[in-house]
Design a binder for this molecule. Structure first.
Ligand SMILES: Cc1ncc(C[n+]2csc(CCOP(=O)(O)OP(=O)(O)O)c2C)c(N)n1
Ligand SMILES: [Mg+2]
Length: 339
């Protein structure tokens, strides 16, 4: 069975971007801005990588932007996210700027970790962002702990854990979901089902049909939505977090999507059948949203051009700032490092 067959047999909300929402015109523009900014940051990082300016790898979220953006945009300021490597869009919505990403990826002194770590391994609890954790599945118990603290302190805070399909095969995922389910914690698990974990396809990852089925086995609510439909994701997140704030137990929103690149820039994804890429290319989340905005007359050509101009300026200024930032001095290397 291929990933594509699963997509068509799954009982998921095929909204086709027709979800009724109460978003204002400006909010539609915000979503478009964040989607495009996420993509442009990714593209710029790839360009910097090819110029040999990036320290380490580049892990693109190409094709998955609607998940980061649709979920993070539905949250409230007091909420906390525990993202993974492809959630640049969510980190941007929580307040990081493109230049933070460029500085960090280029290992520069003015970056979030002062040049001591690479890629998206940085966070800021003041912005409600736990630094992405490399050990797959660990976002779930970490976010469950934050949700437990919120519950004990009676704060209306929701914790959000992002996990990939591969990450749901780890022990921490299962332990974390069970823990949160038993204690009815305000934990939202965003399942990013992009069909692959490195070169392992989903059918070699799990014998059940979906990540949602795995979650439901622990007695929690789980829905599967079109992961390339930013409005469907936003709506599902809003509904889930509203229930969580009222004291409902943890939930999962599984988003079906496709990683439109290899695992990172060093991986050409030759193990993915070309027809799979072809199919998903027609479902690009940004192109779909653009079509929707045009059909609903929610964005004029001038408004779109102004958004693009703003994004290009931010990218240009971010790159220029990062390139002019020095590398950290060797004697600073071990300073704020714990061990
Ligand atoms: C516990 C653990 N095992 C293995 C790895 C190596 N690894 C890093 S990313 C990855 C694949 C992740 O797949 P998935 O969770 O589906 O996320 P995606 O890359 O598709 O976004 C693997 C195996 C790891 N980081 N942690
Ligand atoms: Mg995956």
């Amino acid at each position: 069975m291929t990933f594509d067959l699963r997509l068509s047999t799954l009982d998921f909300a095929r909204s086709g971007l027709r979800v009724p929402t109460k978003l204002t015109r400006q909010q539609h523009h915000d979503l478009y801005y964040y989607l495009r900014l996420n993509r442009r940051v990714d593209e710029q990082l790839v360009s910097l990588f090819r110029q040999g300016k990036v320290v380490g790898g580049v892990y693109s979220g190409l094709g998955q932007e609607a998940i980061s953006v649709g979920t993070a945009y539905a949250l409230e300021p007091q909420d906390v996210i525990s993202p993974v490597i492809r959630n640049v869009g969510a980190m941007i919505i929580r307040g990081f700027r493109p230049r933070d990403l460029f500085l960090q990826y280029m290992g520069r002194r003015d970056g979030p970790t002062g040049g001591r770590d690479a890629n998206t391994h940085f966070g800021d609890l003041a912005r409600g962002v736990v630094a992405p954790i490399s050990m797959l599945g660990e976002t779930v118990p970490v976010a469950a702990g934050i949700a437990l603290a919120a519950k004990i302190k009676k704060e209306k805070r929701v914790a959000v854990a992002y996990v990939g399909d591969g990450a749901t095969s780890t022990g921490p995922f299962h332990e974390g979901v069970n823990f949160a389910a038993v204690l009815k914690l305000p934990l939202l698990i965003v399942g990013e089902n992009n069909g692959w974990a490195y070169s392992t396809p989903i059918e070699k990852q799990m014998a059940v049909r979906s990540m949602a089925e795995r979650a439901k086995a622990y007695g929690i609510r789980a829905v599967t939505v079109d992961g390339n439909d930013v409005l469907a994701i936003y709506t599902a997140t809003l509904a889930a977090t509203a229930r969580l704030r009222r004291g409902g137990g943890p939930e999962m929103v599984e988003c079906l999507t496709m990683r439109m690149k290899g695992h990172a820039e060093h991986d050409d994804a030759r193990y993915v059948p070309p027809k799979v890429f072809e199919k998903w290319r027609k479902r690009d989340p940004i192109a779909l949203f653009e079509k929707y905005l045009a059909a609903k007359k929610l964005m004029t050509a001038d408004e779109k051009a102004a958004i693009e101009e703003r994004i290009e300026r931010e990218i240009r200024e971010g790159v220029a700032f990062a390139e002019s930032s020095p590398f950290p001095a060797p004697e600073e290397a071990a300073r704020p490092v714990w061990a």
